[in-house]
Design a protein around this ligand. Sequence first.
Ligand SMILES: *Cc1c(COP(=O)(O)O)cnc(C)c1O
Length: 227
Amino acid sequence: MHDRFETVRARVDAAARDSGRDPASISILAVSKGQPAARLREAAALGFTAFGENYVAEALPKMRELEGLALDWHFIGRLQANKTRPIATHFAWVHGVDRLDIARRLSEQRSHFAPPLNVCVQVNVLGEASKGGVAPDEVAGLLAALGPLPRLRLRGLMCMLPYGAPALQQHEGFGLLRRLRDASVADGITLDTLSMGMSNDLEAAVAEGSTILRIGTALFGARATAG
Ligand SMILES: *Cc1c(COP(=O)(O)O)cnc(C)c1O
């Protein structure tokens, strides 16, 4: 774990240097799906404070077990309209918002005693049939509709590229997400986050402006469970 962490950190630092960016402007979300709580505890001891989980049923017992560590939990899985309540209750961030009705539910179900739920809008940047996310030309409309939802805090855009996409396609997809963010900011919508880049494509993501890398296998090794 420690060696893998050093390797990831070195990759991020090198990529930041290559594109003239400050490494401190890029955070690493430790994607802990398929990993037992003990591995998360190890990662927390190395300084990780933010963890990404894809499945509520898997995440909740880990949250309980690690309660004392004051970690930030990010939901990065597929959202289903009938399963929003535990996400609105237990997570600090949701990365894959791509429907207004689901966003409305998250806002309605977010406790008034908790800070607003941080959300990113997922964009299907390469037009893949099997992927979640809104089409690039729907981003502005969805962002405008999310703005008034009182218990959400709009943070940015998120995308996920196909595993093994060639470098050219990585730059194309991540570059498009950055331009969509820039266009929104120019329209007066405050967005400070680009959630893009995973174990295999973090270099291209950093070059294109990522602020949150979602890293699983490069930190933890292979997952026990698929997904
Ligand atoms: C699993 C997952 C990741 C991490 O993928 P790795 O290739 O293990 O780094 C990142 N983002 C999402 C949305 C995921 O589902």
